[in-house]
Design a protein around this ligand. Structure first.
Ligand SMILES: NC(=O)c1ccc[n+]([C@@H]2O[C@H](COP(=O)([O-])OP(=O)(O)OC[C@H]3O[C@@H](n4cnc5c(N)ncnc54)[C@H](OP(=O)(O)O)[C@@H]3O)[C@@H](O)[C@H]2O)c1
Length: 263
């Protein structure tokens, strides 16, 4: 079984690997190396069962991932208690295009909609889905304050931001329970955010750990060709005491098994 780590001071314990679900709901406007078919319900249920049986308890979705939230609402029926669900607010993907709305009104509507779609009374983690202007969102839009009020009302257990910049990540860490950052073999610039979150007791989730598939499975430039880049990547990030979990997006049972094996 996969080990678990504390998610900052949220009181939640998350498996070292989380399951990312972009590919369960959306195959347009994505940056993966190859095109793919969205898995049907039977394939998705098998993948989720494999993840659960291997000790994965964290699943990541967003309104911007096509119908990923609605699908999880159905797929997780009868096993809600086995999962920590992370979703987001701020990005909408409509007719093949992303639109952003970080207003408190939209934030409240989006959270209520996620609760309905995911068929649950409480969302474990809700993150602001940044468009890249992390600091502006945090300083001007009141999104995190709206999430804090929803947390106080008992609709969310932990709040934070999925950031895209170092300064934004550091600022988010001041006001969040959880920050989601990018870290992989090609992108190391956000490590200071993980360091700072660790100091402050803020949970750190990693996105794009495999560089959205561009870091796997071939050897990396300059690396020993016998080294599995997936293992290299996990060894690197789990050596950091502040990192709680890497959310890896996969719709392949074979890849899921080998990723678990690499840990
Ligand atoms: N702004 C945000 O908040 C944000 C942005 C991006 C992502 N995310 C979250 O983070 C998750 C992960 O990000 P991501 O999906 O962009 O990138 P990722 O996890 O780095 O990479 C996923 C890609 O890697 C491939 N892959 C996985 N394991 C593999 C293996 N062992 N060998 C070869 N290929 C492998 C997958 O293909 P197969 O399906 O064929 O395995 C998929 O195309 C997302 O699903 C989402 O939940 C959040």
């Amino acid at each position: 079984m996969l080990p678990k780590r504390a998610l900052g001071q949220t009181g939640m314990e998350v498996s070292l690997l989380g399951l990312g679900t972009v590919k369960l709901g959306r195959n347009q406007g994505v940056k993966y190396p190859k095109s793919f078919k969205i898995p049907d319900d039977k394939e998705a249920a098998t993948l989720i069962a494999l993840a659960k049986d291997s000790g994965i308890n964290l699943i990541d979705t967003a309104p911007a991932y096509g119908n990923s939230e609605e699908r999880l609402g159905t797929l997780l029926k009868g096993q809600r208690q086995d999962w920590l669900i992370c979703t987001k607010v701020g990005e909408e993907f409509i007719n093949g295009e992303s639109h952003f709305d970080f207003s408190p009104e939209h934030t409240r509507r989006s959270v209520e909609r996620s609760l309905r779609r995911l068929n649950t009374e409480v969302l474990d983690i809700v993150l602001i889905h940044s468009d890249g202007n992390d600091e502006e969102i945090l300083q001007r839009h009141g999104t995190l304050q709206a999430l804090a009020a929803l947390k106080k009302a008992g609709k969310i257990r932990a709040i934070g931001m999925s950031t895209k910049t170092v300064d934004g990540g550091l600022l988010a860490a001041e006001q969040s329970d959880v920050v989601m950052i990018t870290w992989n073999l090609q992108h190391h610039t956000e490590i200071p955010v993980a360091d700072y979150c660790h100091q402050k007791g803020v949970g750190v989730l990693i996105k794009k750990a495999l560089a959205s598939g561009h870091a796997a499975p071939g050897p990396q430039p300059g690396s020993n060709t016998s080294t599995d880049p997936v293992k290299q990547c996990f060894d690197m990030m789990f050596a950091h005491p502040g990192v709680s979990s890497a959310i890896v997006g996969t719709i392949s049972q074979k890849h899921l098994r080998s990723n678990i094996g690499a840990i």
